[in-house]
Write a protein that binds this ligand. Structure first.
Ligand SMILES: [Zn+2]
Length: 97
């Protein structure tokens, strides 16, 4: 097979939980040299949890550590806090897989 001087567009290998499109990852790889995988947000009353990890095109981790992002608005009810705690633990387990 011959190529005509254009490099092939790589298919980025994502973790199962990644919700980012291939075209976004391809842009990231081109401009930043790594793909940043984002999970879907898990949400509750007044809070949201997501996590990320950065890899190269083959899915190999890049030096940055996986991160968990927690956003909350104002005070949480006790039920909301309990739901957040359980969700945060589940998110941690998925992120550290
Ligand atoms: Zn991804």
């Amino acid at each position: 097979m011959t190529t005509l001087g254009t490099s092939p567009v790589p298919t980025i290998i994502c973790p199962a939980w990644c919700s980012v499109t291939q075209s976004t990852h391809q842009r990231e790889l081109r401009w930043e040299g790594r793909a940043l995988h984002w999970s879907d947000a898990r949400t509750g009353e007044g809070w949201e949890v997501r996590h990320t990890s950065a890899t190269d095109a083959d899915g190999h981790p890049i030096d940055t550590q996986p991160k968990v992002y927690v956003t909350s608005n104002g005070g949480l009810t006790l039920a909301g806090a309990e739901a957040l705690a359980l969700t945060l633990l589940a998110t941690y387990e998925e992120a550290s897989d």
